[in-house]
Design a protein around this ligand. Structure first.
Ligand SMILES: NC(=O)c1ccc[n+]([C@@H]2O[C@H](COP(=O)([O-])OP(=O)(O)OC[C@H]3O[C@@H](n4cnc5c(N)ncnc54)[C@H](OP(=O)(O)O)[C@@H]3O)[C@@H](O)[C@H]2O)c1
Length: 293
């Protein structure tokens, strides 16, 4: 059983992860900018502040911090925040590594969009190179900041797909139009979406801790086109699906540069994590959706 500290553990992924790790018998603490209640401790990497009381005993450090990629348009100020909340937090945690003499493993959240959108037919594996667009380069910087821990402890990077959860995230933003019977695909609808059920993602984090796996892992249960995904959503909700797709130009007008992650997609393989013995509970998109809508 490990002593685990989760930075950014108050969010969608972190809340579930804290529960599952505690169920497994680990001792879990959380770092938050706004700690609330037992087990949560203050930090603010942008201000260089951290409650150091947990650092000495921790064996596993996880960083799930990150301002939402799709929450706001990517203005210059927003890009700074996206960067600071990922690269800034990893870098700050590394600056505190000397206070963590028992650290065995550092796990950073990362993004499946690492590979870019230039080859939508290729199925990317972890050894493939990073893409050239803004988001792939952000992921590259994010993982490089985690690599600061190389030489100190094992470093694990979880390249996370769109997380399907009842409590929030992208899916809950997609739901309202479908519930009103006006759901539709985005752009051509052909773009591939990588997805993972929130329960499987928490289990995957627990798995890399249990087996002390290091390196990068694609964290996705499956892929499907945007059209297929939205159709499945309508089926699960027993709603009609007939509305014409939202044209790409409208998405660009509404979301600016950020529209790339809505209009473009990529395929990725989950064979590497499966080869370590990990099994997905939700491998079928319709079955996964039924539990989260
Ligand atoms: N959810 C997804 O579909 C998805 C997909 C791919 C990758 N990821 C990545 O997985 C990680 C966890 O995802 P999540 O959905 O749980 O994220 P989340 O709920 O949006 O945020 C996680 C935590 O990040 C902290 N945070 C937010 N804005 C911040 C800022 N400007 N500066 C510093 N910390 C900030 C918050 O902690 P406090 O307010 O308590 O400090 C928040 O609870 C993130 O890095 C995310 O980018 C998520």
């Amino acid at each position: 059983m490990k002593n685990i500290l989760i930075a950014g553990g108050t969010g969608l992924v972190g809340s579930k992860l804290v529960s599952i790790l505690k169920e497994k018998g680990h001792t879990v603490s959380v770092l938050s900018r706004n700690p609330k209640g037992e087990g949560q401790f203050f930090w603010n990497s942008a201000e260089g502040k951290i409650d150091e009381s947990r650092l000495k005993e921790i064996q596993v450090l996880i960083n799930l911090s990150g301002a939402g990629i799709a929450d706001k348009r990517w203005s210059t100020a927003r890009k700074k925040e996206l960067h600071q909340s990922r690269i800034g937090t990893n870098t700050f945690l590394f600056q505190k590594a000397s206070e963590m003499p028992n650290l065995e493993q550092f796990i950073t959240s990362s993004g499946i969009n690492a590979y870019g959108f230039e080859d939508p037919e290729k199925c990317f594996v972890e050894d493939d190179s990073f893409g050239k667009d803004y988001i792939s380069q952000l992921v590259k910087d994010w993982e490089e900041s985690a690599d600061l821990f190389q030489g100190t402890c094992k470093v694990t990077k979880i390249r996370t797909a769109v997380v399907l959860a009842k409590e929030g995230g992208a899916l809950q933003k997609m739901l309202p139009p479908v519930k009103f019977g006006i759901g539709s695909a985005l752009g051509t609808g052909d773009q591939t979406m990588c997805w993972i059920h929130a329960d499987d993602l928490s289990r995957l984090f627990a798995h890399v801790i249990e087996f002390q796996l290091d390196g990068a892992y694609n964290a996705l249960a499956g892929t499907c086109s945007n059209l297929e995904f939205t159709k499945n959503l309508a089926k699960v909700l027993q709603k009609p699906f007939w509305f014409p797709a939202v044209p790409a130009f409208m998405m660009r007008l509404l979301f600016g540069e950020m529209s790339i992650i809505l209009l473009k997609g990529l395929k990725a393989s989950n064979e590497k994590i499966k080869s370590t013995g990990f099994e997905f509970l939700f491998a079928d998109v319709k079955a996964a959706l039924k539990t989260v809508v």
